[in-house]
Structures are given as C-alpha cells and as structure tokens.
Design a protein. Sequence first.
Length: 102
Amino acid sequence: ASLPLLAESFNVTEVGEQLVRQRPSAAATVLCNSYHAGRAVLLGDAAHSTGGASGQGCNSALQDAAALVDYLIAEVDMVGGRPGGMADGTAADVVGGALLQY
C-alpha cells in the first residue's frame, strides 16, 4: 500500500481499499499558446495546473474571471465608451484586446 499508516487505521471497505492502493502522482501540466479561441476562454484548472485535492481550480477560475473583467473594463476605458454604444467592430476589438492581455 502507498499509505501504510492510513491503511492500518482505515476501516477496510471497497472505497478504502481503492484509496490506500493509489500511487502518488504529479499534477499534469497545461501548455497553451493562447487561452482563448473565438468566443471561448479557458479559466481555472482548464488553464492552470492544480492538484485535485487542493480546491484551487475554482479559486483560479474566479481569479481568472475577475482578471478578464478588469482587462475588458480597461479596454472599454481606452476607447472612451461603453460596449453597448460602440460602433460596429469596436466591441470585437475591445474583447480582442482584453483577450490578448489575459
């Protein structure tokens, strides 16, 4: 067993046996040239490698979403308007600029 002390104190059930038989593993690495394609954006553990037990996937997704919003606001401020009142193509340029920064 990979976890002998845990195996000794664990109430042996099918789930318990599966747990103590697990071998240690490393988190996978996510490599991307870009975190967006078209109208889709990778956030959280889809974009950042995290260990499955740490709960960091949700945390990084929330931080990524906040960062993307900040970039969108900065791009809107640069063109001096609001997305709803922009000329054709300008909104797409704002989103594109924010995605490049993200």
